[in-house]
Design a protein around this ligand. Structure first.
Ligand code: COA
Length: 354
């Protein structure tokens, strides 16, 4: 059998087809053929989630059915609450990953089970945070998916801020064969159930080179008093050969359009603030020194901070949105499925004797 050697990290290797998302020749991210920038400005979270999962924009009746089917699954059973109160896990991604893996699912049809999980992520996240920090559970409010989500993670009702969270969550929803989605597709290709596939995806998203990056950005960013301190930090990281979180991307080598869209939204809500000036100082310095652009996570972290969201929720928010992309990929993988099982080049010893 002929073997093909591919670059480390599968960089620039096309491993399969997808009809869910792509980046077009001019660098626009598309979901099912629509520019994500347009979805952010002219659609909402629920319609975009429907689009990603089902492959087309919903009409009014389909949109309502979709929202109703999510609503049907809202709420967390006493059994799950008990697990959360035993775990009392402050790292919300650890908690979410554990809760999903333990989820006592029945032999439900997989499409329904995946929607059930997506509907429950916000409450899993909120309850985990509150019980681990000695706070009472919140009674969820009615409202849109993101109004409800904003309330569950901040305890506040603020439709305008929730709308901004919704825009960010649209940008986080899908990105073709990113690491967590590819890991999920590997699991799906073994014909494992969706809960196992979501557990794989959550475990992969958690890593700091992927979804975990957004929860590390404020750790350094909030220490800067001005742009000069930011520039000094960038120079020091480069001198030490260390990465600056929130920069670099496997696909976007010159510009991450999602980051620029969040930056523009940040300007809308915060004006030409000091925070933005410092952010631009980091961005400009990274470009001058390494020609590496800011990615979505960099501006998303600053945006979420401005919206009053605690850093604990940054990667979980990513998960609560990306789960709709995962549903689409799980379904797509099973159409004409082939087990994903690459080969390796052995680099260890041979012929050892006992
Ligand atoms: N800070 C400093 N240098 C960086 C960097 C960063 N954030 N990202 C990449 N680089 C450098 C690497 O050190 C490497 O330099 P070298 O050629 O001198 O060794 C070069 O750029 C290529 O980086 P590499 O990690 O091989 O690129 P990649 O396509 O494999 O990686 C990421 C993409 C996202 C893993 C990488 O950019 C990264 O680790 N970023 C920080 C984490 C992050 O923000 N993740 C969220 C991604 S959306």
């Amino acid at each position: 059998m002929d073997e093909i050697k591919v670059p480390k990290g599968l960089t620039n290797v096309i491993v399969d087809q997808t009809a869910i998302a792509t980046t077009d020749a001019t660098g626009n991210l598309l979901y099912r053929g629509y520019k994500v920038a347009d979805l952010v400005d002219h659609s909402d979270f629920e319609s975009t989630a429907y689009l990603v999962v089902n492959g087309r924009m919903p009409d009014n009746a389909e949109r309502k059915d979709f929202i109703d089917s999510l609503r049907k699954y809202y709420g967390v059973s006493e059994q799950v609450q008990e697990v959360i109160s035993i775990l009392k896990e402050k790292d919300l991604m650890r908690s979410l990953r554990s809760l999903v893996s333990l989820y006592p699912y029945q032999n439900t049809e997989s499409d329904k089970l995946m929607l059930e999980m997506a509907a429950k992520f916000p409450e899993f996240i909120s309850l985990s945070y509150r019980l681990a920090n000695g706070l009472k559970p919140l009674s969820p409010i009615d409202g849109t998916f993101t109004e409800r989500f904003y309330h569950l993670i901040t305890g506040k009702i603020d439709p305008e801020k929730a709308r901004h969270v919704g825009m960010l969550m649209i940008l986080y929803m899908e990105h073709e064969f990113n690491a967590s989605t590819f890991a999920l597709r590997v699991t799906a290709s073994t014909l494992a159930d969706p809960i196992s596939a979501f557990t794989t995806a959550l475990a992969t998203l958690k890593g700091p080179l992927h979804g975990g990056a957004n929860s590390e950005i404020l750790d350094f960013f909030n220490k800067f008093k001005d742009g000069d301190e930011a520039v000094k930090y960038v120079d020091e990281q480069i001198a030490k050969g260390e990465k600056v979180m929130g920069f670099g991307h496997r696909i976007y080598k010159r510009l991450d359009p999602r980051a620029q869209q969040v930056k523009a939204k940040l300007k809308e809500i915060a004006g030409d603030s000091k925070v933005l000036q410092i952010a631009e100082a980091v961005e400009n310095r990274m470009w001058e020194r390494k020609s590496i652009p800011a990615n979505l996570d960099f501006y998303a972290a600053i945006y979420m901070d401005t919206l009053g969201i605690s850093q604990d929720f940054y990667t979980p928010l990513f998960a609560a949105s990306r789960v709709f992309g995962w549903i689409a990929h799980y379904k797509e993988q099973l159409v004409g499925n082939k087990l994903i099982r690459p080969s390796s080049e052995y680099s260890g010893p041979t012929g050892l004797k006992l």
